[in-house]
Design a protein around this ligand. Structure first.
Ligand code: PMP
Length: 389
């Protein structure tokens, strides 16, 4: 093949289209494509990575580490970023890497479930809960754990409570609601980053899950990490990863390390370009874009008059040291019109694909809509919403 054809073979795909044929738009998935504009800016180059053919060949990354397949460079950047943002404690924690944080979620279920029990342990979460929790929990019909629905109605002392904060789908700040001493918790902190919410405290829970998907927008890199306090739990989670995928792609880890490093460099060296602004400051840039979208959405909802959204919440952000309003990654949109019983179908008739409240353990008059998709899809969405009566 010619040089040109060789390059074409490795050219990346361009992802999922959000504007489909017949002007249907899809805001069902939380595909964080809106951050692409930031990475196309000057910082994009500093996150570039070249891996020669002879590198990353071994299964092993650091045989002396509990997580022997974790690239030391990724661990360093994870710890550095948390120290910079102040959103989660890292001292005394084990860092584990996963193929996305959903793999780590499964490893945490495996690690927390008692190995010998008469019946599977119940996995619960406060409604509305992230739609993947029930499906991922029950997917393999495990004898170790079983989805048991809304934590509010759960009665018992043995359980795993999944806490997502800020919550997918409604952006609420959450804590465990079950308080038994024998209960266990998994904190999914995918959205606890400054573009979505003020950072109000440094969290220090037993198991905290994060992902580059939502932090920097690199969902396709498939890298998540867990901060785990207890060594035995960390070892069991690691065992799951060993049995499941014999580790995690080193190439993806190196890329994630490079990306997280570029984000931290943007702040620590305050990289500025002559025109100034926040083009190298991911969280400032992304917060500004998200805030702009939320203003546009609230304006469209006001013009339409048939919808409602959760109220605005804000607080003092210890990272940016100012009062800010939260910009959740999803709009949790309710229809106030009596005739509309199924909002997902109603919006589909208007060529907008969303995810029904029923998938999150609640009713059909509410849907989840991604706020992190492309400008094109988002702009069509708010324009269409404003015209609905
Ligand atoms: N947790 C939550 C709350 C999420 O919204 C998502 C992605 N939609 C994930 C986990 C999965 O993240 P990852 O891409 O790292 O598997």
């Amino acid at each position: 093949p010619s040089k040109k054809e060789e390059l074409a073979v490795v050219a990346p795909s361009c992802g999922k289209p959000s504007v489909l044929s017949d002007s249907m738009i899809s805001l069902d998935h939380g595909d964080p494509t809106m951050f692409e504009t930031f990475w196309r800016g000057p910082i994009g180059k500093s996150a570039m990575l070249v891996i020669p053919g002879w590198q990353t060949m071994s299964y092993f990354s650091d045989v002396g580490n509990l997580c022997w397949f974790l690239e030391p460079g990724l661990e360093r950047e994870v710890r550095r970023l948390h120290r910079l943002i102040g959103n989660a404690a890292v001292e005394g924690y084990h860092v584990l890497v996963g193929t996305g944080s959903m793999q780590l979620f499964q490893s945490a279920l495996y690690a927390l479930a008692p190995p010998i029990a008469d019946s599977p342990i119940s996995v619960v979460s406060h409604t509305p809960f992230y739609s993947s929790y029930p499906s991922v929990t029950d997917f393999l019909d495990s004898r170790l754990y079983r989805w048991a629905g809304d934590a509010n109605t759960f009665d018992g002392d043995n359980y795993i409570e999944v806490v997502c904060s800020p919550n997918n789908p409604d952006g609420a700040i959450r804590e465990t609601i079950l308080k038994s001493k024998t209960g266990k918790a998994i904190h999914d902190l995918a959205y606890y980053w400054p573009q979505y919410t003020p950072i109000t405290q440094m969290l220090a829970h037993d198991i905290m899950l994060f992902t580059v998907s939502k932090c920097t927008g690199h969902a396709g890199t498939r890298i998540g990490w867990a901060l785990v306090k207890d060594k035995q739990v960390a070892q069991k989670m690691n065992k799951f990863m060993e049995l499941n995928t014999i580790g995690v792609s080193k190439d993806a880890q190196l890329r994630a390390a490079k990306i997280l490093g570029a984000v931290a460099d943007g702040y620590e060296f305050q990289l500025t370009i002559p025109s100034g602004g926040d083009v190298n400051l991911l969280f400032h840039y992304a917060r500004r874009q998200m805030a702009h979208r939320w203003r546009a959405l609230r304006a469209a909802v006001a013009v339409s008059g048939i919808f409602s959204l959760p109220g605005e919440v804000g607080g003092f952000c210890t990272f940016t040291k100012d009062m800010v309003i939260a910009n959740p990654a999803f709009a949790w949109l309710r229809c106030e019109k009596e005739e509309v019983e199924d909002l997902e179908s109603f919006l589909r008739e208007h060529k907008i694909i969303t995810r029904s409240g029923t998938k999150f353990g609640v009713d059909r008059k509410v849907v989840r809509i991604s706020m992190v998709d492309t400008d094109e899809a988002f702009n069509i969405f708010v324009d269409r919403l404003a015209t609905m009566k």
